[in-house]
Design a protein around this ligand. Structure first.
Ligand code: HEC
Length: 138
C-alpha cells in the first residue's frame, strides 16, 4: 500500500513538473529530465546509491545486442509504453515500471524479475533523466 501511495505521489509530482516546465515561471526549479544524461545513466554498468547492476545488466537495446531472455528490449520503449496500461501515459507507465516494476509485469516475465529498489536508489534528477531518455525511443 505504501508503495502505491509513493508512486502516486511521484506521478503527481512529475505531472506538476511537466506542467511547470510548459507553463514556465517556476520559482524553485522544477526537475527537468535530460535525455542525453539519461542515456549515459541507462548504459552504466552500475547505478544508484547502492551501485546495483545497471539497466543494461538485464536490458539489451535490440537484437543486435542479444535477446529478450532477461528483460524486454530497450528500443521502442516509448511506443510500447503508450497504452500498456489503460489510463497511464507513456511517461507514467515508464515511471511506474522503474519504481514499482511488479505493478504491471510484461507478458513472458515474472514479478520480481526486475530490480525493485530504483525508487529509493535513484535521485529525482536521475529518474527524470532516464525517463526523458526512454521517452525518446519511439
Ligand atoms: C535484474 C534485471 C533488470 C534490471 C537491472 C532492470 N530491469 Fe527493467 N525490466 C526487467 C524485466 C524482467 C522486465 C519485464 C518484467 C516487468 O514488467 O517487470 C523489465 C521491464 C522494464 C520496463 C517496462 C518495459 C515494457 O516493455 O513494458 C522498463 C521501462 C524498464 N524495465 C526500465 C528499466 C530501467 C530504467 C532500469 C535501470 C534503472 C531497469 N529497467 C533495470 C529486468 C530488469
Amino acid at each position: 500500500m505504501r508503495k502505491t501511495i509513493v508512486v502516486t505521489l511521484i506521478v503527481l509530482m512529475l505531472s506538476a513538473m511537466a506542467l511547470t516546465a510548459c507553463g514556465g515561471g517556476a520559482s524553485d526549479g522544477p526537475v527537468i529530465g535530460d535525455a542525453a544524461k539519461g542515456e549515459e545513466l541507462y548504459n552504466r554498468a552500475t547505478l544508484g546509491s547502492k551501485s546495483s547492476e545497471g539497466c543494461v545488466a538485464c536490458h539489451n537495446y535490440d537484437e543486435t545486442q542479444g535477446d529478450e531472455t532477461d528483460a524486454p528490449f530497450t528500443a521502442g520503449t516509448a511506443t510500447k509504453a503508450e497504452g500498456r496500461v489503460p489510463g497511464l501515459s507513456a511517461e507514467e507507465y515508464i515511471l511506474e515500471s522503474i519504481v514499482n516494476p511488479d505493478a504491471y509485469v510484461v507478458e513472458g516475465y515474472n514479478a520480481g524479475d526486475m530490480y525493485q529498489s530504483w525508487g529509493e536508489d535513484l535521485s529525482e534528477q536521475e529518474m527524470a533523466d532516464i525517463i526523458a531518455y526512454l521517452l525518446t525511443l519511439k
